[in-house]
Design a protein around this ligand. Structure first.
Ligand SMILES: *[C@@H]1O[C@H](CO)[C@@H](O)[C@H](O)[C@H]1NC(C)=O
Ligand SMILES: *[C@@H]1O[C@H](CO)[C@@H](O)[C@H](O)[C@H]1NC(C)=O
Length: 527
């Protein structure tokens, strides 16, 4: 499990029973991660990343929507998502119009999304065509695309293991390519120092080779599991500081292997507000007051932590002093020494600098259904803890593919249509049968804090949340499973709702809202 937790276990139950329970869960997850038989022997076998051809203006705006249905594609979806033979299906082209407008929390459209409802389709014998509608038009801000980013001022550091890197389920390699390249196989200028714990020479070489061939500017080094994890984490900052590329950098960045930066232009823009020549320790707190009470007030590393060079130098100079056995002991809050704490103590005990909050970074110490967060219309600068296991499960890499066509602001941007659908672009299409009769400016509390949820633990970061609509019959959502940037620059998204989804019922043990699985396809085309 290792690296994801490297910067600090984010929970520590206070009574011994819950502690034992969580220790058991923890060991189980550790067991799964450690012994899960991987059919993947080598990184080459991983799904290749998508290339993102530059959208060009030769797209004919009056092109008819393509309404043909391919049985082979439907069967592919059926196999992957275990869909029943009979499904409810709809496709809609969405024509985005890039304008000089701000990104709104919610954009209301006066048109219907699915005015003719859904088609009933038998995958064993599908009709040749689906209901054909003309594209729905949506205004979006003229925000930049990854192809044009220059992130050379950033040098990132991550530790992980070769087995996590090559794991079919949790490999972060495509996500890293999203924020380290231009989306087209070339570096965006940002550098990565990758440390692989206990890796062999061949593993280091293979990781380097594969990542370089995907366009990442990466240096791969071994590190040793016999070094205390917290100390290993702290030592990454001096290692970044000593890298030969330092003179070209403004910020050195620590993160976990599951830290994802969807919008590099926006991240750089946010950082540009600060004077990089000053001592800076930039990051964010856990969303959960429990974790701050337990571990202290510091940057929680999974959200990403940014250091100016001058502060990194001070940490590098004090490294020995900051990583004595005594200091390591002081960083143990009952769940083993924490890298985040060791780092905070090093800075707070030796400099005048304290944490500057970047509130759009997200540690995401939430469990359960994360929909409320991803459907809140936010524009996150980082996301974390989305690989399942004891935390939540989401697909921000797939979701973020939309930025290659529509621009960075489009990811998780919300559109409310006249027929009471809300698209959270790249996460879900939700339908509210009783109308949108709640406050869209509050987050829906679909998730819980871990492990003690007082109902208000998360309020200081996420705002008080509104009641969730699970089991009420008032909401149903199709969630994004796949996203493909097509040759003409359009983006095809597949959203799926299973009939047996535990959330979409009338009452907690009540009847299902739908008796068939559902597939919605959105195809985003530029105007
Ligand atoms: C990126 O920015 C750096 C620093 O401003 C500059 O030296 C470099 O030439 C830029 N790279 C590209 C490809 O524009
Ligand atoms: C632009 O897109 C069209 C439509 O897919 C494609 O045929 C054409 O080759 C593209 N042109 C360029 C210059 O990439």
């Amino acid at each position: 499990m290792g690296a994801s937790m490297a910067t600090g276990g984010s929970f520590a139950p206070r009574n011994s029973f819950t502690r034992a329970l969580f220790l058991t869960v923890f060991c189980f997850v550790l067991f799964i991660y450690t012994f899960k038989p991987s059919s993947m022997e080598h990184i080459e076998h991983l799904r290749p990343p998508q290339m993102h051809p530059q959208p060009n203006n030769s797209y004919a705006p009056e092109r008819q929507s393509d309404c043909t249905l391919k049985q082979s594609s439907l069967m592919q979806l059926q196999e992957t998502y275990e869909l029943g033979d009979e499904i409810e299906y709809a496709r809609r082209y969405v024509r985005f119009n890039r304008q000089d407008i701000p990104r709104k929390a919610i954009t209301k459209l006066d048109t219907d999304l699915f005015p003719r409802g859904f088609d009933s389709i038998d995958i064993r014998n599908p009709p040749p065509r689906t209901t054909c509608l003309k594209p729905i038009d949506v205004p979006v801000p003229r925000s930049p695309i990854p192809y044009t980013v220059n992130a050379s001022e950033l040098l990132f550091g991550i530790s992980t293991t070769y087995s996590r890197l090559t794991d079919e389920e949790i490999s972060p390699i495509n996500e890293w390519a999203h924020w380290l390249t231009d989306g087209n196989g070339k570096s965006n200028g940002a550098g990565l120092i990758l440390r692989l714990i206990d890796a062999s020479q061949e593993e280091l070489e293979e990781a380097r080779h594969v990542m370089a061939s995907m366009g990442m500017d990466v240096k791969v080094y071994p590190t040793d599991s016999s070094i205390e994890m917290a100390k290993r984490y702290l030592s990454l900052l001096p290692a970044l500081y000593k890298d030969s590329s330092r003179p070209n950098r403004k910020f050195l960045v620590l993160g976990d292997d599951d830290t994802f930066y969807p919008s590099m232009h926006s991240l750089l823009h946010e950082l540009s507000q600060y004077d990089h020549k000053k001592d800076l320790y930039l990051g964010t707190l856990s969303e959960d007051t429990n974790n701050i009470a337990r571990h202290g007030s510091q940057a929680f590393g999974g959200a990403g932590v940014f250091f100016s060079l001058s502060l990194a130098k001070k940490v590098a100079d004090k490294f020995d002093h900051c990583s004595t056995n005594e200091k390591i002991g002081e960083s143990d809050t009952g769940w083993g020494p924490q890298g985040d704490i060791l780092l905070r103590k090093c800075i707070y005990e030796n400099t005048e600098t304290t944490l500057t909050l970047m509130r759009d970074l997200h540690q995401l110490d939430i469990q359960g259904d994360p929909a409320g967060f991803y459907e809140a219309g936010l524009k996150p600068l980082s996301l974390h803890h989305f690989k399942g296991g004891m935390w939540h499960k989401a697909r921000p890499y797939e979701g973020a593919q939309i930025v290659h066509a529509c621009g960075e602001d489009c990811f998780l941007q919300r559109f409310q249509t006249a027929d009471d659908f809300v698209i959270s672009n790249g996460f879900s299409i939700a339908y509210y049968p009783h109308g949108v009769d709640f406050n869209l400016h509050q987050m829906e509390k679909t998730f819980t804090a871990a492990p003690d949820d007082y109902g208000w633990n998360l309020d200081f970061m996420l705002g008080p949340q509104r009641k969730n609509l699970l089991w009420t019959g008032r909401k149903v959502a199709w969630e994004l499973m796949e996203s493909l940037v097509q040759h003409d620059g359009s983006v095809k998204q597949i959203y799926i709702r299973k009939a047996d989804d535990y959330r979409w019922t009338y009452g907690k043990d009540g009847n299902r809202m739908f008796d068939k699985d559902g597939v919605l396809e959105l195809i985003w085309i530029s105007s």
